[in-house]
Design a protein around this ligand. Sequence first.
Ligand code: URA
Length: 195
Amino acid sequence: MPDITWELFEKQVEACRLCSLCERVHHKVPGQGDPHAPLMLIGEGPGQDEDEQGLAFVGAAGQLLTRMLSAISLPRERVYICNIVKCRPPGNRVPTPEEAEACRIHLRMQTWLVRPKVIVLLGATAAKNLLNPEIWITRERGIWTERKGVWMLPTFHPSALLRDETKKPAAWEDMKSLRKKLMELGLYTDIYGQE
Ligand code: URA
């Protein structure tokens, strides 16, 4: 994809009519953050707050995500955050496989532009679409997979942690594992500026 630029990406998302989710949204939510971050986090799809503001992970789940990142000393603005689908599914339902597939072109462009070394998959939808359609997140979270030189970590979605506090210790283990991986890859200093 040699001629892809961020400007083109933004225009393409804005003009997209590849599925019907765009018909009811207030704003599209392409994603935001450091355009060359070594770490990318991918969620499911925008919720109400995200739809209103046009920004990913700004509601309650997003605030928890910010705290989780800062617990391992990662400033949120130094990572890149986006979703499997860029338009809010009605009533926050899970995007259908067809919607996720239609939106894949945008995610591919984004990944190509950011070129992350590490990707965190937030929740079952991201993990199923990008890692393994059969994944059982409760059992398989925390397990690293390398694909074409990119390390991928499935973990619980922050919304799941808000619904069920008993998942938090496992999510904390995953955050520590993320920090360790970034350090091993020599990326922690890239993000944080110092060890
Ligand atoms: N949940 C998601 O998966 N993404 C957001 O941007 C917000 C909530």
